[in-house]
Design a protein around this ligand. Structure first.
Ligand code: CAA
Length: 257
């Protein structure tokens, strides 16, 4: 891995992926996205890992897709390269993913953060979809995920003006989960990851799947899906452990079985 650093056991049950092209503000070139896809696929199959945290560095989470790599391309080049197919793995990952964002999360960087399940932002974080300023538009889900996250009016404004928003504004729109001091953004993300990792990993993955389904279907179908996952969890030892621990007034020990 050249452009990302993967630490599968950063903390018990928690894997950390660090985007690592600091000079280019972690611009997401094809190789970086390919590495990210492969890392997520591998970590999703690793039983020990329950939660994945993706981060950049203090200055930039990621400043977007690599403009220099795209600048000279034509439509057929872009179609052949099919650069967004590597992004599909993020959406397919079953384990909860937290984006730990500091500094710029722009264009593809904002889209990457939004593809994660939760966003913990440092007070210096800035979000935006500035593609319009370079003559294009979001291509990795920005028009869809931003609109679902913050509503049409604000999404339209951000996509059509390319304006950046600071962490407080992002929080007020419901785009992010929390704002923390810059020196603590990774630590607080890991803290959140640890809390989730203490639950049954089967339950967290099925719950994540059901929440995501709410964006893709109508209420009846979503409720049906939720109920199916709820009943399925009764096949797991973790359900017995969780409920028995409650009855016996002790802490549950979930094994992911
Ligand atoms: N692609 C390639 N290189 C990038 C980049 C990007 N998206 N963003 C920053 N860089 C590079 C700069 O070219 C510069 O490299 P050099 O030192 O070799 O010149 C280096 O990173 C540092 O950047 P700046 O000197 O520009 O730093 P700054 O602090 O003055 O500005 C910034 C920071 C406001 C983030 C500015 O770099 C910027 O506007 N970047 C582009 C943001 C953008 O338009 N993102 C959308 C990309 S398109 C996209 O993402 C499509 C999609 O939907 C997937």
């Amino acid at each position: 891995m050249e452009f990302i650093k993967v630490t599968p056991n950063y903390a018990p049950h928690i894997a950390l992926i660090e985007l690592n092209r600091p000079k280019e503000l972690n611009a997401l070139n094809l190789q970086l996205m390919g590495e990210l896809r492969d890392a997520l696929k591998a970590l999703d199959q690793e039983d020990e890992v329950r939660v994945i945290v993706i981060t950049g560095n203090e200055r930039a989470f990621a400043a977007g897709a690599d403009i220099k790599q795209m600048a000279g391309k034509g439509t057929i080049d872009m179609w052949k390269v099919d650069q967004f197919s590597t992004w599909d793995q993020i959406n397919k990952t079953r384990k909860p993913i937290i984006a730990a964002v500091s500094g710029f999360a722009l264009g593809g960087g904002c889209e990457l953060a939004m593809s994660c399940d939760m966003i913990v932002a440092s007070e210096t974080a800035q979000f935006g979809q500035p593609e319009i300023k370079i003559g294009v538009m979001p291509g990795a889900g920005g028009t869809q995920r931003l609109t679902r996250a913050i509503g049409k009016a604000k999404a339209m404004e951000l996509v059509l003006t390319g304006r950046f928003i600071k962490a407080e504004e992002a929080l007020s729109y419901g785009l992010i989960n929390q704002i923390v001091p810059v020196e603590l953004y990774l630590e607080e993300s890991i803290k959140l990851a640890k809390e989730i990792a203490s639950m049954s990993p089967i339950a967290t993955q099925m719950a994540k799947e059901a929440v995501k389904r709410s964006f893709e279907t109508h209420l009846d179908e979503g409720l049906h899906f939720e109920r199916k996952n709820f009943y399925m969890l009764f096949a797991a030892e973790d359900q017995k452990e969780g409920m028995n621990a409650f009855v016996e007034k002790r802490k549950p020990e979930f094994k992911g079985k």
